[in-house]
Ligand binder design. Sequence first.
Ligand code: ATP
Ligand code: MG
Length: 236
Amino acid sequence: MAEPFLIGEAMTGGYGGADILHGCTIAVEPGEIAVIVGPNGAGKSTAMKAVFGMLSLRAGAVRLKGEDITALTPQARVAKGMAFVPQTSNIFTTMTVEENLEMGAFLRRDDIRGTMDQVYTLFPILKEKRNQAAGELSGGQRQQVAVGRALMTQPSVLMLDEPTAGVSPIVMDELFDRIIEVARSGISILMVEQNARQALEIADKGYVLVQGGNRFTGTGQALLADPDVRKSFLGG
Ligand SMILES: Nc1ncnc2c1ncn2[C@@H]1O[C@H](COP(=O)(O)OP(=O)(O)OP(=O)(O)O)[C@@H](O)[C@H]1O
Ligand SMILES: [Mg+2]
């Protein structure tokens, strides 16, 4: 099989104590949406952090375009085209929307105006509210700020940990539509979602993680159709 664009392969490790991940493998191709689902505490966020270099693996590897990046810091991975929106504290609440976007581009030395316009085209409400403190925005709008901030680095891989947490179903659908748009532009999307059914509907590839390992892997449609996955993880 061909080498995936980004892969965390057989990742094993944790936070210094007992291992949280046990041979967990996650991969995504350009322009594809890969979704990680699973129960609370399964290790979904830990798997994302491992792919982004926020914890050191005891075994396994992370490769981007065939290059072993297992030893690279998160910052070095950003320079290689990876962007990560963590599950919590993903915006600077006292800064304005526009300042948040500027912070996202801190590694860049070129003109960021064009990318900011792209973010404002993707999320028009952010342009309207660009001079408002990000902390004053609604939950869905804050998530747009977080995604927009990540896009300011012009990533080839966008990693999102529960981008729709705490938002209404309508806002969730809108966010998913924007995420599909980002993927269509050729960016790889790797995201964790607790809205498993809806997320798998837009997923090219799905991973069901349980206790730090891969329980089920398949296309989003295959997982949605799998009776075991439905019964155990999708509420029937
Ligand atoms: N910083 C940390 N230090 C030590 N243990 C941690 C840390 N973060 C998470 N854990 C532990 O790792 C395990 C997996 O947690 P993780 O946050 O990856 O799960 P999750 O699948 O993202 O859950 P959720 O759906 O609640 O977000 C849990 O047992 C958790 O207690
Ligand atoms: Mg989590």
